[in-house]
Design a protein around this ligand. Structure first.
Ligand code: G3I
Length: 343
């Protein structure tokens, strides 16, 4: 079915409405304390929710037993994404045998705490289980479709947005020469989106990538794909901008880039934000990114790639909003201010 004939719910409004009917959601959004009044919210999630957005973090379920980790997550964030446990290697270690233990734990945590869930990621050239890596031709295509059906089907109705396809473009804007591209051919990405749509018709379906932090050759290539998909009715709803950055990254066209995708007719999300650095330089870069999102009405939310520098995949860069002792950094204050300044 062409996407133009489907009516997808606005996930921003859907999430806000869902959150508003739970006491946890009311506490998280701050709506109970200040009904109808303008005020500065004092957590990331509450500040984002005031303009109908989410503020999320990538989470590892095995860390939820650490009091400060879970405490910071529950206090500050209202969305969760699995840093690793919903990837292909984790969810389908053997063909047709699914393992949802880690993902289910995260979904339960989110539901118990009034948070929405991003799914990451259905198809990626990395973190494929060994059995996938040797597959060829239609055998690989069928394995991909079955994987999407199994995982997105299992979580159907529980995921706000899925990263259906991750990192499929080269820097020059051409398709990445992965096993998926080489064995299945150019149609593999739209095949993946159609399968995800069939498995979970209510989820916002995203294409997600890095190095797309401005108008550049790579984001141009993705832009052309989205334009083509929309014209042909391939079900794509959203583009995720990972935004693994440093304090001195060039953010001169960051906002303009988000806006041009939004203008095509898809939501945009900042999906894996982390910014190496410290002090005011780091804070300023975080402020720029946050202000860009809140300036674009279809930028529906921001996720940082972790909670604390202690467990960041690039911990030596101290790229997150909470230091290794879970103390708020200068960047945290900049983000909170930027969220609170949303129109
Ligand atoms: O699960 C095993 C564990 O059993 C083993 O003891 C341990 C020993 O090293 O390795 C564990 O797996 C590691 C896994 O993280 C969990 O810690 C993998 O080796 C390691 O490769 C994996 O790294 C993850 C990486 O993606 C690759 O999947 C990072 O944590 C994760 O932050 C990173 O996230 C990616 C996004 O998915 C896509 N965009 C870029 C981003 C950063 O690279």
């Amino acid at each position: 079915m062409p996407s133009t004939s489907r009516v997808r719910p606005s996930r921003r409004l859907a999430w806000s409405a869902a959150a508003a009917v739970t006491s946890a959601g009311l506490a998280a959004t701050g709506l109970l304390a200040f009904p109808g009044s303008a005020h500065a919210a004092d957590t990331l999630g509450a500040a984002a929710a005031e303009s109908g957005r989410y503020y999320g973090a990538a989470v590892a379920p095995h860390l939820l037993g650490e009091g400060d980790y879970a405490g910071t997550l529950n206090r500050e964030f209202n969305s969760i994404v699995a840093e690793n446990v919903m990837k292909w290697d984790a969810t389908e270690p053997n063909r047709g045998q699914f393992n949802f233990s880690g993902g289910d734990q995260l979904v339960s945590h989110a539901q118990n705490n009034g948070m929405s869930v991003r799914g990451h990621t259905l198809v990626w050239h990395a973190q494929q289980p060994g059995w996938v890596q040797g597959l060829t031709g239609n055998n690989l295509r069928q394995a991909m479709l079955d994987h999407i059906d199994g995982v997105a089907g299992h979580y159907a109705g529980k995921i706000d947005s899925w990263d259906v396809v991750n990192e499929a473009f080269e820097w020059d804007g051409s398709r990445r020469q992965s096993n998926l591209q080489q064995q299945i051919g150019n149609g593999w990405i739209e095949d993946a989106f159609r399968a995800a749509d069939a498995a979970d018709p209510g989820a916002t379906l995203c294409y997600n990538d890095y190095g797309t932090d401005g108008v550049n050759a790579k984001s141009d290539g993705i832009y052309r794909m989205v334009q083509d998909f929309l014209a042909r009715g391939v079900p794509i709803d959203c583009v995720g901008f990972q935004s693994h950055l440093d304090s001195n990254s060039d953010l001169g066209s960051y906002r303009q880039n988000l806006q041009r995708f939004a203008d095509l007719g898809v939501d945009v999300q900042i999906t894996e934000l982390d910014i190496g650095g410290s002090g005011s330089a780091q804070a300023n870069a975080y402020r720029t990114v946050t202000e860009a999102c809140v300036a674009v009405s279809r930028c529906t939310g921001i996720t940082t790639w972790g909670i604390t520098d202690k467990y960041s995949w690039r911990g030596q860069d101290t790229p997150l909003l909470f230091d290794g002792n879970y103390q708020k950094k200068q960047a945290y204050t900049a983000v909170l201010e930027a969220l609170n300044s949303a129109p």
